[in-house]
Structure formats: structure tokens, C-alpha cells
Design a protein. Structure first.
Lengths: 382, 170
């Protein structure tokens, strides 16, 4: 009985990962792709996306849920890259330049986002999502109308023929894969971008170290219970703003790493799906709105991207149309986010019910803890 | 209520923050200098003023030890380089005579014409800014990138719209 219960609990807690893993594994044979190809793709995509997904961790620690506002950071990174191309700065220095230009912009954006989210406690995710749409409008206004007219652009190759505004697609030839190729190692037939891996490892070390600092502990306290943290003297609003600022800055760096790997930039669209893909990846890795860690990120990026690689080919081979695979991966991405949110709400409700039952029966301990945890979640009472 | 901060701490904070700003500005300047890209047009033509002897025949030109380019009289080859300082080596294909020159490229010019005759003769400056007659911008790309959720009829931002005003006459 107890074994059955624990198996059920394991399945409930890891439902998203298990379902996703099953779908992905099932799609590999019909895709006809070799394991060698899939592994090489995963190595490349891990380097491309992991930094962006890691940017989501700190806001989760601070109890702010999944930071859909990371799009703001992505836009800041893109502005940095536009300026790097404008001044014809290339290689790794070009990436550093883009990151340095993007940093103050993303700090400002993070501050704005954090301040707005503090006014919408308990609804951070939807607020961040909508805020990203709003800032996207501002970004488009700046890039489409102000660059070349208000802000001088000296590189005619990136300006629209009307004399102002940046072109729809930018060629990042100067910085293309400069970080990846800085230290490319060939191991057993696979190309491993060591420099990119080291940057990601450095961020992982930073996250682990940061959790142990006073600020990191404050963030976790705020994430557990804002009222208790406030009573304990933790500046809740300030801590939440710092979490979002760090996340936004990291998203800015992450977008630069992502785009240097891709080699070109859709000026007005590249950031659109950034938060969506990052959130889908971390959720696929087994994270929830309130709990996430570095393994969730790594597992999530691998699982999501295996699916992205195999489904178009599987769709092509099974149904004669690669678009079915494309639809499938869109559907899976959104489906995972929806499923995770539903499971989270369901679990929170179940915990609250257990806590109430415990109180009726006079029991304390676990029940109370669960209840508090549930109430502290998004959608819970504040 | 805000508590008063010790003036010493305030001063220290100011120093630390100022130092951070300086480091930030310094790093930006450094990355700009190290990463500044130049298109170097290696020009092996006779000088117009006739001040030097004719363009040398059959040379190998290598920049920063990279793969050498073969260059003959009248040739112009383009090489992209990053950063300001470079070592340019010219080696005679026939005699094996090798000349190495260190050059510092200006930050304000993207395209430079590097004269091989001047480089061999040691007449500075070896290069001069080069402005192409017509820079035809790449054709505008349609579409709005993948994974966008715009309606099929929507005009992608950045794409030329039919009602866009014509470019002003030069």
C-alpha cells in the first residue's frame, strides 16, 4: 500500500518529466536520426540555451515564479549586439561589448519590471508576460524609428533604405560563434564548445555561491513567506527587485550567447519566444513555479531540444509532412507549461485540503507546513 | 523609516561605486579597441603620384601569421582583421626576401587601403581610409522570422512597406 502510494507520489511529482520523456523517446525511432547526430545537436543546443534558462532560477528562489519578464533582458542584449555591429566590433570583444552595453539597459529594465511586479504580488507571471509585450512596443519604437534618426547609426548596411530604423534581419558575421569557436574541443567525433561550457559552469557556480550569501538567503526567505521575511527584517520589495534585476541581466547575456551561436538576428522577433522557450525548458526539467535547481535546467534543455530535433523528422516520416512535427513541438511546449501550472495549482489545493484535514483532526506538523506552502504560492491568498 | 548611514560608510560606498563605473567604462573601451573590425584592402598597384617604383611582382602577404595571400601587380585583395595592432609580412615569391611591418590601424575607419609598394619601401603611412563608391545595402528580407505569431497579412516590423516615403535624393 505504502509502496503504491509512494509510486503514485513519484509519478505525480515528476509527471511532466515522465510524460515528456516518454513522448521524446517514442519519437526518436520514427525520426530516423542517428544517436550521434542527436548527441551533437544536444551539445550545441546546451551551449546555446542553458545560460538563458539559468536566468530563471533566482526569481523562482525569491518566490516570484517564472520570470516571463526576462524578455526585457533579451531585448537589452539585442540592443548591445546592434551597437556592436554598428561599430563593427567583432569576435569575443564584440560579445563583451554587447554585454557591457546591454548591462545598464537590462539593469534599468529589471528595476522597472521588479517595481511593477512588486505592485502585483501573487500575479507576477502574468504581469511579467504582459509587461514584456509593453516593453516590446517600446523596443520596436526605439529600434524602428529612433535608431538612425535620434541615435546615429554609422553602418549603412544595418539601416533601412529610408534612412532610419534597423533592418529586419541582421547578419552577426563578426561575432558568429566566436565564443563557441574560442575553445572547440573534439572528443570522440563530437565538437564541444568548451568556452561556452565554462561560461555556463561559471554561472552555475555563481548561482550556488549566491544562494549561500546573505542576499541569497534573504531571497529564499522571501520566497518561503513574504510576511515572515518582512517580520524578520528582510527588505522584501528590495530583495525581489534585485532578483529580477539579476535575472534580467543574465537574460541579456544569455540572449547574446544564443544569438552568437545562431549567427543572425531577427531584430524584431528574436526575443519574442525567449521566455517561452526558457520557461518550457525549466518546467520540462521538473521544476515548478516555486521550486527549481540547476539539474532541472540541464535536464530540461536536453529533453526539450531532443524533442525539437526529432519531432519534425518524425512528423515527416510518419505523416509525410514535417509541419506536423513543427505543430507538435509548439503544442508540446505550450502544453507543458499549461500542464505544469495546472499540476501546481492542483498540488497546492491538495496540500491546503490536507492541512485543513489535519487541523480538524487536531494534527499539526506536516499538515500546517503544507498548508502554508500552498498559501504562499501564486494564486494563493496574500 | 530610513536609518542614517555613517558618513565613512557612505564615502566608502561612493568610492566603490565610482571604481565600478570606471571599471565598466574601461572594459567597454578595451572591448571596443580590441574588437574593432577593419576591412583591409591589400593594394598592389602603382602609386598614382609615381613617387615609388612599380608594384612588386609576385608576393605573399600574411597578416598576423595567418594564411598568406598571393598578390600580383594590379591586384587588390580584401582581408578582415580585428583590433588595432597587426603584423604584416610581405614575402617575395621569387627571391624569398621577407619584410615585416607593425601597423596600428585607426579606430575611426572601417575600411583601409594598404599599399604594398609603400609597405615594402617603408614609406609611412602604409594605409589610407577607403570609401567605396557605392555601398549597395543587402536586399530587404521578407517574413518575420520563425515562431512568430503574427497574422499572415501582417507587415513585419522593419520590412519595407509600400507606402514608405522614397529615400531622399543625395
Amino acid at each position: 500500500m505504502s509502496g503504491k502510494k509512494s509510486l503514485g507520489r513519484f509519478f505525480t511529482e515528476n509527471a511532466v518529466v515522465i510524460i515528456f520523456l516518454a513522448v521524446t523517446v517514442a519519437a526518436i525511432p520514427p525520426s530516423g536520426l542517428s544517436i550521434q547526430y542527436i548527441v551533437q545537436e544536444m551539445i550545441t543546443r546546451l551551449g546555446r540555451n542553458t545560460f538563458l534558462v539559468l536566468a530563471l532560477l533566482l526569481p523562482i528562489y525569491a518566490g516570484m515564479g517564472l520570470n516571463f519578464g526576462m524578455t526585457l533582458g533579451a531585448m537589452s542584449g539585442q540592443i548591445g549586439l546592434i551597437l556592436a555591429i554598428n561599430f563593427n566590433i567583432g569576435g569575443v570583444p564584440g560579445l563583451v561589448f554587447a554585454a557591457l552595453v546591454g548591462t545598464p539597459i537590462s539593469v534599468l529594465m529589471g528595476y522597472v519590471c521588479g517595481s511593477v511586479l512588486n505592485k502585483a504580488k501573487g500575479r507576477e507571471m502574468v504581469t511579467g508576460y504582459i509587461l514584456a509585450f509593453f516593453i516590446n512596443g517600446v523596443y520596436q519604437f526605439v529600434v524602428l524609428y529612433m535608431m538612425g534618426s535620434v541615435f546615429p547609426i554609422r553602418n549603412p548596411a544595418i539601416v533601412l533604405s529610408r534612412g532610419y530604423g534597423i533592418r529586419n534581419t541582421l547578419n552577426l558575421e563578426n561575432v558568429r560563434q566566436s565564443l563557441d569557436n574560442l575553445l572547440m574541443l573534439r572528443v570522440g567525433g563530437f565538437s564541444v564548445p568548451v568556452a561556452t561550457a565554462l561560461v555556463i559552469a561559471a554561472l552555475c557556480v555563481f548561482v550556488i555561491w549566491f544562494k549561500k550569501t546573505k542576499l541569497g538567503q534573504d531571497m529564499r526567505a522571501v520566497g518561503h513567506d513574504m510576511a515572515v521575511a518582512e517580520a524578520a527584517g528582510v527588505p522584501v520589495d528590495r530583495t525581489r527587485i534585485i532578483a529580477i534585476i539579476i535575472s534580467t541581466v543574465l537574460a541579456s547575456f544569455g540572449q547574446i550567447i544564443f544569438l552568437q551561436n545562431m549567427g543572425n538576428m531577427a531584430t524584431y522577433n528574436a526575443h519574442d519566444q525567449t521566455s517561452f522557450f526558457a520557461v518550457a525548458a525549466i518546467l520540462v526539467g521538473g521544476a515548478s513555479v516555486k521550486k527549481a535547481n540547476i539539474p532541472n535546467v540541464i535536464i530540461g534543455v536536453i529533453l526539450l531540444h531532443v524533442l525539437y530535433v526529432v519531432t519534425p523528422r518524425a512528423g515527416q516520416n510518419l505523416f509525410g509532412d514535417a509541419m506536423i512535427g513543427e505543430y507538435f513541438r509548439q503544442f508540446i511546449g505550450y502544453g507543458v507549461i499549461a500542464l505544469t501550472l495546472v499540476l501546481y495549482a492542483w498540488k497546492a489545493r491538495a496540500s491546503a485540503a490536507r492541512a485543513r484535514e489535519g487541523l480538524r483532526g487536531g494534527a499539526t506538523g506536516n499538515g500546517n507546513g503544507a498548508g502554508n506552502g500552498a498559501l504562499a504560492g501564486e494564486g494563493g491568498s496574500k | 523609516m530610513k536609518t542614517a548611514v555613517d558618513p565613512k560608510i557612505r564615502a566608502r560606498r561612493l568610492v566603490v561605486r565610482s571604481a565600478l563605473v570606471l571599471v565598466f567604462v574601461g572594459l567597454t573601451a578595451l572591448s571596443f579597441t580590441l574588437g574593432k573590425g577593419h576591412s583591409l584592402i591589400i593594394d598592389n598597384r602603382d602609386l598614382e603620384d609615381g613617387s615609388l617604383s612599380a608594384a612588386p611582382d609576385g608576393n605573399l602577404v600574411s597578416i598576423d601569421g595567418k594564411e598568406a595571400l598571393e598578390i600580383y601587380p594590379g591586384d587588390r585583395l580584401m582581408e578582415k582583421v580585428l583590433g588595432q595592432r597587426h603584423v604584416i609580412a610581405v614575402e617575395d615569391l621569387m627571391g624569398g626576401n621577407r619584410i615585416e611591418r607593425r601597423v596600428t590601424l585607426p579606430l575611426n575607419a572601417d575600411m583601409l587601403l594598404l599599399s604594398v609598394p609603400k609597405l615594402i619601401a617603408g614609406v609611412e603611412p602604409y594605409f589610407e581610409p577607403f570609401t567605396p563608391l557605392n555601398v549597395a545595402p543587402p536586399p530587404e528580407e521578407g517574413g518575420s522570422g520563425n515562431n512568430s505569431f503574427t497574422s499572415p497579412d501582417a507587415v513585419a516590423p522593419g520590412a519595407e512597406s509600400p507606402e514608405a516615403p522614397p529615400a531622399p535624393a543625395p
